[in-house]
Design a protein around this ligand. Structure first.
Ligand code: FMN
Length: 139
């Protein structure tokens, strides 16, 4: 799939003011997505359930961000951060993401839930630069 330097916004896909939700198992395999998630990512539910969450990883994202993400949630803490994601059509979208563990009735950790909201233009600029620098360091 060809990566396109073209952004898609929440408004453009009709999900303004909607939370973008996904759940995974303990390894990051997608177990649930809501309809706004699908619209923003450009996939159907069927295409996403059972796939690793890195199906929407964008090549502009530094590895270090996801390393910190996993370190945080594996310690049962909430992670918050800014992510540039890759749509099925090769375009991108920015989301501010909150991830935390899900526990069953016996207090056993069974997976993770994430909720996302839009990112301001200012933060998109800011994190594009930060991530570009981080990626240079990772080369
Ligand atoms: C609940 C949950 C939500 C996630 N959401 C995203 C996401 O929106 N975009 C993304 O690139 N990775 C997301 N990840 C992280 C991926 O599992 C993965 O670590 C990341 O895409 C980097 O891929 P890699 O680990 O194969 O290098 C999420 C993980 C969890 C547990």
């Amino acid at each position: 799939m060809e990566i396109k330097n073209e952004e898609v916004t929440f408004e453009e896909v009709g999900v303004a003011n909607r939370p973008i939700i996904s759940k995974t198992d303990l390894k990051g395999i997608i177990t649930y997505v809501n309809t706004p998630f699908c619209k923003l990512a450009g996939y159907t539910k069927e295409e996403l359930i059972g796939k690793p969450h890195n199906i929407i990883r964008h090549p502009d994202m530094p590895k270090e961000v996801f390393k910190q993400l996993w370190e945080t949630i594996e310690k049962n803490q909430q992670w918050r951060g800014f992510i540039k994601n890759l749509r099925k059509d090769g375009k991108y979208y920015w989301v501010e993401t909150f991830i935390e563990p899900i526990f069953d009735e016996n207090n056993k950790k069974i997976g993770y839930i994430s909720v996302r909201k839009p990112v301001s233009e200012e933060d998109k600029q800011k994190y594009s630069k930060i991530y570009e620098e981080m990626r240079k360091e990772e080369q």
